[in-house]
Design a protein around this ligand. Sequence first.
Ligand code: AHG
Ligand code: MN
Ligand code: MN
Length: 336
Amino acid sequence: MSKSISLTQYLLEQQRLHDNIPAQLRLLLEVVARACKRISISVNKGALGDVLGSAHSENVQGEIQKKLDIIANEVLIEANEWGGHLAAMASEEMEDIYPVPNRFPQGEYLLLFDPLDGSSNIDVNVSIGTIFSVLRRDESGGTVSPAEFLQPGRQQAAAGYCVYGPQTTLVLTVGAGVVMFTLDREQGSFVLTQDKVQIPEDTQEFAINMSNMRHWAPPMKRYIDECLAGKDGVRGKNFNMRWIASMVADVHRILCRGGVFIYPWDQREPEKAGKLRLMYEANPMGFIVEQAGGVATNGQQRILDIAPDALHQRVSVMLGSKNEVERVTRYHQEAH
Ligand code: AHG
Ligand code: MN
Ligand code: MN
């Protein structure tokens, strides 16, 4: 039997081999993993743990918060504020940034997260997750300003997500490929289960919320119409569709077997660039997808090159298998 490698061992060995995971970053990643383990335990308790249902409050995006949105947010903050690896945090569930309190030492990293992704699936026992993005501070020391968070995604030091599904899986990149760890509940640790994750360049599977079709822009409709025409249409092959409504779970499937995930702009709220958030959904997922050989765009440009102007800004997202994302992006560029 081959020896299992824990997250801690993996991070230490990577640092020794490539000098790419300094001590503060390793601590950060281990603390985030520990927080995900705690969230996973709450998710697993479900109705027995009084974690289901609405919290009857609204977040900054005007969305009704679920109990687990708030629990996951608190777990991530509590776990991360005292270790000395962070200067500040930002979250989907908090309007303003959360600087590390003065009583704790200040570190050189900034952490952004979507504490609980796929909230509409919490109460129906379908996969949900946590998404996170790690940035470095430009200048160290002093009070952190919200503007320090507004870095393009290509500057991320690390990104990852944890999917709470039939298994709890942590997926990570520090810019040297993508690795997956599965939570071993008996040992209580994340164990390396896949190295060098690669998304196939071609796919016959797309993920999009089809109920919005009538609101899409023409290039979006063209791409999906061509997929739906199947073997008899211009694409000359049949396509399959999946839509979990948890970005983590849809992206995880794409990392495992390829596919394309799209949440496009639509004309119901034309001034809104999209539904998903750039800083803690599209950027971390874009980084992971690129590191696995895939492509991530907003229909016009690479997600990771977008210069952000607000912490909670929204963006149109097209990501996954290279040839399909390039095609749907080309349709959008040609129409521009
Ligand atoms: P969140 O639960 O963090 O607000 O994110 C939900 C997102 C994303 O995970 C998913 O792909 C999408 O919303 C689903 O949207 P629809 O309900 O419009 O399909
Ligand atoms: Mn989300
Ligand atoms: Mn969320």
